[in-house]
Design a protein around this ligand. Structure first.
Ligand code: SF4
Ligand code: SF4
Length: 66
């Protein structure tokens, strides 16, 4: 069974480089006070691009039931 994924952000690991914001195909992310922030949860298609591009593992997908 494949569970639903959930977008996770670890603000303390985020250095605010904006890479994930730039690579998100849905423009669901933005920077707020130097940290990444999910601007529009409905736009996020859980593609994992942000996870792939973040150099600091500060944004990632996890299984919602974990
Ligand atoms: S999972 Fe994809 S759509 Fe969602 S925030 Fe990350 S890059 Fe954007
Ligand atoms: S790529 Fe990673 S460190 Fe850079 S803004 Fe996004 S979450 Fe933060």
């Amino acid at each position: 069974m494949t569970g639903k994924k959930q977008l996770m952000i670890e603000p303390s690991w985020c250095k605010g480089c904006g890479i994930c914001v730039a690579f998100c195909p849905r423009e669901a992310l933005e920077l707020m006070n130097g940290k990444v922030h999910l601007k529009d949860a409905d736009s996020c298609v859980l593609c994992g691009m942000c996870e792939m591009r973040c150099p600091d593992y500060a944004i990632y997908l996890k299984n919602a039931e974990e």
